[in-house]
Design a protein. Structure first.
Length: 256
């Protein structure tokens, strides 16, 4: 799958005077982009409200409601066929401008096709769209240790930073589609380190670079089989190791 091109977009200004733009990317689209109208702003929420202290992986979701009618080319057809599309085809970029100096990333994710609410009512009709940053999708994906080494050797030591990069870039649509492998899309700050490591006060001395795991640690091994745990569970284990949380802010992943 690819990012594709912007097919639909909308802008609004919040009651605090902040400008926002929502863009819907279609990996199969090569034509013009069309402006649609929001019924209101958007709602951004993070998982685990009320138990933030104990939850390492803090996924987020975005909801917005749009007015749908024939005034926006192809928009009605898009909405009516959304439930039949492959998950991951449509990506969401929310941008923010609070200074008047131009837009910058605020939130990145994917549109969940089977979670769009629509009613059979007269036009224009209000349709609610739901999106995810992709972390919750990792619950249904098995951890595959082979992504960490070209030799596919589950006993090859890998740094925690390498593992995080592979998890978020290889498995997660919000990173895979909006960034390249060379982009800086993880920001970390952890204070736990072994006394033989350098003090963690520069990027080069990040404890995540000096702490390693064997990928086989994420396998459930029985007498006859080796079964991988989910990618989500593996991420949770990494956050617990450092007492950290993983979440997205401004289109970047924070491991803090």
């Amino acid at each position: 799958m690819a990012l594709g091109n912007v097919k639909y977009w909308a802008e609004f200004t919040s009651d605090q005077g902040v400008d926002y733009k929502i863009q819907i990317y279609d990996e199969d689209w090569g034509g013009s982009s069309y402006e649609f109208t929001l019924a209101e702003g958007f709602k951004l929420t993070y998982d685990g409200r009320g138990k933030e202290r104990y939850q390492g992986v803090k996924g987020s979701k975005l909801e917005f409601t749009a007015w749908v009618d024939s005034s926006v080319p192809t928009f009605e057809t898009f909405v009516d066929g959304l439930n039949q599309t492959i998950q991951g085809r449509y990506k969401i970029r929310v941008e923010r401008d609070d200074t008047g100096g131009g837009y910058s990333n605020y939130w990145l994710g994917v549109l969940i096709p089977d979670l769009a609410d629509k009613e059979d009512v007269a036009s224009p009709r209000a349709v609610q769209f739901r999106c995810t940053d992709g972390l919750s999708l990792l619950k249904d994906i098995d951890f595959d240790q082979s992504v960490y080494t070209t030799t596919a050797n589950k006993e090859t030591l890998q740094s925690v930073l390498q593992m995080l990069q592979s998890f978020l870039y290889t498995y997660n649509p919000a990173s895979d589609f909006f960034t390249s492998a060379s982009d800086s899309f993880i920001f970390s700050y952890v204070g736990w380190y072994e006394n033989s490591m350098p003090s963690p006060n520069t990027q080069a001395s990040d404890p995540l670079k000096y702490t390693g795991f064997y990928p086989k640690a994420f396998l459930t091994i029985t007498e006859d089989t080796e079964k991988p745990i989910s990618a989500y569970e593996a991420l949770e284990q990494l956050t617990k190791l450092f007492g950290a949380r993983l979440f997205q802010v401004d289109g970047k992943w924070r491991f803090i």
